[in-house]
Ligand binder design. Structure first.
Ligand code: FAD
Ligand code: NAI
Length: 463
C-alpha cells in the first residue's frame, strides 16, 4: 500500500491550483485538489478576470453604440440597455469556463475533494469529515478583498469587486475607493452604462506600480471619458442611510473633511492572501509581515513537502503568474525543472484603451543604470488612427550600453494583446534593435511597438 493517499494534494482550485493539479496529473502523479467553492477556477473564473471581462466587453459595445461612436462610422442604432441580459451573458461565461475546468479534472483524473482544507500536519489535510495524506501539498489558496476600516461592505450599497460585478441597476453616482486595477476596470463598466463615477485614491496618482508616464496619460484619458478623480484623498468613514451612502473624505496628508453622497460605493483598495483557517502552524508553515507564504524559486516553503503558488505568495496578484507557477511547481514536484521568470510578467488593465506593461518602469530602470527610451504615439499608428483610437502610446526602455530591452509600456485599444510580443522579446533577451528590425504586419497596432523600438535610437519613420 502506498505510504500516502496522494502524490500531490493541492489546496485551492484557482489558476494556480487547478493548473498545478492538471500538470501534476499529466506527469503521472496521483493528484487531488481541495476546493471549497461550488465551482472550480478560483477568484479568476468565478468573480475576477472572467466575469469582469464579460462586463467590460458588453459595456464597451453599449458605450460605442450609446455615445454615438458607432454612428460616426455610419452605423445608426436605437440603443437600449438590458442589464439583465448583460448579467446573464456574464453568468454564462463563468458557467462555461468553470464547467470546463471540471471537465479537465475528470479528463486528467484529478480528484476534486469538495470542502475547506486545513492542515493536520505537513502531510495531512482535513477536508470536512475526511482526512487525507499526501507526499506533497501545494498551498494555492489565493487572496480576498482587503477590508477598509470604517467602511463595511454590505454588498447592497457598499460593495467589493464581487458585488460590483452584479449591481442590479446602474447607480446614479458610484464612488470607487482605490484607483487601482479593479477600481478603474469596474468603474469604467458602470461609467459606460451611465453612472457618474468618482474615484477616491489615497496616492497622488492612479495605478501604482506602473510607469509614471503611463499613469499620467491614463489619468488624462479617464478624466476625458468622464470619470472624476479625487487624488491624495482618504475615506475616513461611510454610512448607509435610506439606501444611499455618505462618505467622509479628507486630504491624505490631513486637513478639512468633506462628505460625498453615493448610490453605490466600491471598495477596491487591494487584496490580501488567504491563510485564515488553514492551520498553517500545524504544518510548521509561517507567513511574512504581509501575510504571504514565502517560497524559494522552486516554490518550496521552508517545510519539506509543502509548496505554495499564486496570490498567497509574494509577487503580482495575477492569474497568469499563478498559472505559470502552477505548472512550475508540478514540474518541480515531478523531479523536472519548473521555472518562472518573475522579471517578465506582463500586467494589463482591461479598460478602453487598455493599459499594459512588462518589465521595469523608466524610474526603476534608471535606478539601475543609464537607459535609452523610445516613445511612439498611437495617433501616428495607421491602424489606430483608422479605427478612431488615437489615445495612448508605446514606450520602450532599453539599457543604454547593451540596448537590451528592460521594459515596455503601452496604452492602446489592444495593448493587452500587443504586450505579449514585448514579453516574448524580453524573455529571449532582445535588444531594441531586434524589435526594430523584426518585420511587423501592416496595418496593425503592434507596429507601434516596432516604431517605439526604432525611436530608442532616434529613428522612427512615422513621426
Ligand atoms: P484564487 O483564484 O483566489 O483561488 C484560490 C481558491 O482557493 C479559491 O477558489 C478559494 O475558494 C480556494 N480556497 C482558499 N482557501 C481554501 C481552503 N482552505 N480550502 C479549500 N479551498 C480554499 N488577474 C489577471 O491576471 N487578469 C485579470 O483580468 C484579472 N482580473 C481580476 C478581476 C477581479 C475583480 C479580481 C478580484 C481579480 C482579478 N485578477 C486578474 C486577479 C486573479 O483573479 C488572481 O490573481 C488569481 O485568481 C489568483 O489565482 P490563485 O490560484 O492564486 O488564487
Ligand atoms: P490595487 O493594488 O491595484 O489598487 C488599490 C488602490 O487603492 C491603490 O491605488 C492604492 O493606493 C489605493 N488605496 C489603498 N488604500 C486606500 C484608501 N484607504 N483610500 C483610497 N485609496 C486607497 O488593488 P485592487 O484594484 O483592489 O486589485 C487587487 C488585485 O487584483 C491587484 O493587485 C491586481 O493585481 C488584481 N487584479 C488584476 C486585474 C488585471 O490583471 N486586469 C484586474 C483586477 C484585479
Amino acid at each position: 500500500m502506498a505510504e500516502y493517499d496522494y502524490d500531490v494534494l493541492i489546496i485551492g482550485a484557482g489558476p494556480g491550483g487547478y493548473v498545478a493539479a492538471i500538470r501534476a496529473a499529466q506527469l503521472g502523479l496521483n493528484t487531488a485538489c481541495v476546493e471549497s467553492r461550488e465551482t472550480l477556477g478560483g477568484t479568476c473564473l468565478n468573480v475576477g478576470c472572467i466575469p469582469s471581462k464579460a462586463m467590460l466587453h458588453a459595456s464597451e459595445l453599449y458605450d460605442e453604440a450609446a455615445s454615438g461612436k458607432l454612428a460616426k462610422l455610419g452605423i445608426k442604432a436605437q440603443v437600449e440597455l438590458d442589464l439583465g441580459t448583460m448579467h446573464g451573458q456574464r453568468v454564462d461565461a463563468v458557467k462555461g469556463l468553470t464547467g470546463g475546468i471540471e471537465f479537465l479534472f475528470k479528463k486528467n483524473k484529478v480528484t476534486w475533494l469538495k470542502g475547506f482544507g486545513s492542515f493536520v500536519d505537513a502531510h495531512t489535510v482535513k477536508v470536512g469529515d475526511q482526512t487525507v495524506t499526501a507526499k506533497n501539498i501545494v498551498i494555492a489558496t489565493g487572496s480576498s478583498v482587503t477590508p477598509l476600516p470604517g467602511v463595511t461592505v454590505d454588498q447592497q450599497v457598499i460593495v467589493d469587486s464581487t458585488g460590483a460585478l452584479e449591481l442590479p441597476k446602474v447607480p446614479e453616482h458610484l464612488v470607487v475607493i482605490g484607483g487601482g486595477v479593479i477600481g478603474l476596470e469596474l468603474g469604467s463598466v458602470w461609467r459606460r452604462l451611465g453612472a457618474k463615477v468618482t474615484v477616491v485614491e489615497f496616492l497622488d496618482q492612479i495605478l501604482p506600480g506602473m510607469d509614471d508616464d503611463v499613469r499620467k496619460e491614463a489619468n488624462k484619458i479617464f478624466k476625458k471619458q468622464g470619470i472624476a478623480f479625487k487624488l491624495s484623498t482618504k475615506v475616513t468613514s461611510a454610512a448607509v442611510k435610506d439606501g444611499k451612502a455618505v462618505l467622509t473624505v479628507e486630504p491624505a496628508a490631513g486637513g478639512a473633511a468633506e462628505t460625498i453622497e453615493a448610490d453605490a460605493v466600491l471598495v477596491a483598495i487591494g487584496r490580501r492572501p488567504n491563510t485564515e483557517g488553514l492551520n498553517l502552524a500545524a504544518a510548521g508553515v509561517e507567513t511574512n509581515a504581509r501575510g504571504q507564504i514565502e517560497t524559494d524559486h522552486s516554490f518550496r516553503t521552508k517545510v519539506p513537502g509543502v509548496w505554495a503558488v499564486g496570490d498567497v505568495i509574494p509577487g503580482p496578484m495575477l492569474a497568469h503568474k499563478a498559472e505559470d507557477e502552477g505548472i512550475a511547481v508540478a514540474e518541480n514536484i515531478a523531479g523536472l525543472t519548473g521555472i518562472v521568470n518573475h522579471d517578465v510578467i506582463p500586467s494589463v488593465v482591461y479598460t478602453m484603451p487598455e493599459i499594459a506593461g512588462v518589465g521595469l518602469t523608466e524610474a526603476q530602470a534608471k535606478a539601475k543604470g543609464e537607459v535609452k527610451v523610445g516613445k511612439f504615439p498611437m495617433m501616428a499608428n495607421s491602424r489606430a488612427k483608422t479605427n478612431h483610437e488615437p489615445d495612448g502610446f508605446v514606450k520602450v526602455i532599453a539599457d543604454a550600453k547593451s540596448d537590451r530591452v528592460l521594459g515596455v509600456w503601452c496604452i492602446a485599444s489592444v495593448a493587452g494583446t500587443m504586450i505579449a510580443q514585448a514579453a516574448q522579446a524580453m524573455e529571449f533577451g532582445a535588444t531594441s534593435e531586434d524589435i526594430a528590425y523584426t518585420c511587423h504586419a501592416h496595418p496593425t497596432h503592434s507596429e507601434a511597438i516596432k516604431e517605439a523600438a526604432m525611436a530608442v535610437t532616434g529613428k522612427p519613420i512615422h513621426i
